[in-house]
Design a protein around this ligand. Structure first.
Ligand code: SAM
Length: 281
């Protein structure tokens, strides 16, 4: 049956192309590729011959409609990008939306993604994270983006090109403060490296060692904001409020002590001494 296949391709090591991806690429009618030259090399390596159409940032509007029309006419199409999962900082999102609107089935053939691979290797908390993609080249947009996420407690993931890495590290340090960072470089390739350090140390290191290769930056989230401790006066006011609500003074002091960290005996004594808010005892 006609459909779109979203096919993940290796982020470096060709051994990571799954047998199912090979089977699907070999069985579809045509392949939509971000860069047909890159995909041709991949297909040649696996002995696959298929018609290719280019589908990339600057032609996706018209080309997307053409691809959907072909699928609706009965063809099966696979979309691939240069590396990793389509749609993740790569073309594909718009095509999936068009297919969904036209009722065209979309089937996934998942493969590696640099973001998740770098997160897994980072040694930073992985249970909750925010993928931030590439920071804009426009300075004002970068500053705004970083201001939006500076208090985000989740682990943050960025993609970055080597020639912009140092400037980005400096901006991150300035906006987020010094934090732990894991820089994953050339994942699954010969020179794979994961450098677990801090933002300030990373700036120092890459100032002296010009970065080469592809990078994913994984940065720890904002530190939890500790609750402001209650003053003794606030804790006594809480005892009085609880007592006014019907609790015995002893129970109110116990509860206020639990909530504020002040000593129950101290709160009880102060509440007895202090005039009640309504002037009654
Ligand atoms: N769709 C891809 C994915 O799922 O990973 C991402 C495509 S995005 C245009 C390319 C960026 O991914 C690179 O600039 C780099 O930040 C990251 N990247 C891709 N391959 C990588 C690798 N082998 N090692 C480290 N980062 C990589």
């Amino acid at each position: 049956m006609s459909r779109l296949y979203l096919v993940g391709t290796p982020i470096g090591n060709l051994g990571d192309l799954s047998p199912r991806a090979v089977e699907v690429l070999g069985s579809v009618d045509f392949i939509a590729a971000e860069d047909t030259r890159v995909t041709l090399k991949l297909l040649n390596h696996f002995g696959i011959k298929k018609p290719l159409v280019s589908y990339y940032a600057h032609n996706l509007r018209e080309r997307g409609q053409e691809i959907v029309a072909r699928i609706l006419a009965g063809e099966r199409c696979a979309i691939v990008t240069d590396a990793g999962m389509p749609c993740i900082s790569d073309p594909g999102e718009d095509l999936v939306r068009l297919c969904a609107e036209a009722g065209v089935p979309v089937e996934t053939v998942p493969g590696p993604s640099a973001a998740v691979t770098a997160l897994a290797a980072s040694g930073l908390p992985t249970s909750r994270f925010a993928f931030e993609g590439f920071l804009s080249v426009k300075r004002s947009s970068r500053i705004e983006h970083l201001a939006q996420i500076k208090d985000d407690p989740h682990t943050l993931i960025f993609y970055e090109a080597p020639h912009k890495l140092l400037a980005t590290l400096n901006d991150l340090l300035e906006a987020l403060g010094d934090r732990r960072i894991s820089l994953a470089r050339e994942l699954t390739k010969l020179h794979e490296e994961v450098r677990r350090t801090t933002l300030s140390e990373a700036v120092t290191w890459y100032t002296g060692h010009p970065p080469r290769g592809e990078f994913v930056l994984v940065i720890e989230g904002a530190p939890a904001q500790p609750d402001e401790p209650s003053t003794l006066e606030e804790a006594v006011a809480l005892v009085q409020a609880l007592a006014a609500g019907g609790m015995s003074l002893s129970d109110a002091a116990k509860e206020a002590a639990r909530q504020t960290g002040h000593k129950k005996g101290e709160l009880y004594k102060r509440a007895l001494e202090a005039p009640a808010p309504d002037g009654k005892r």
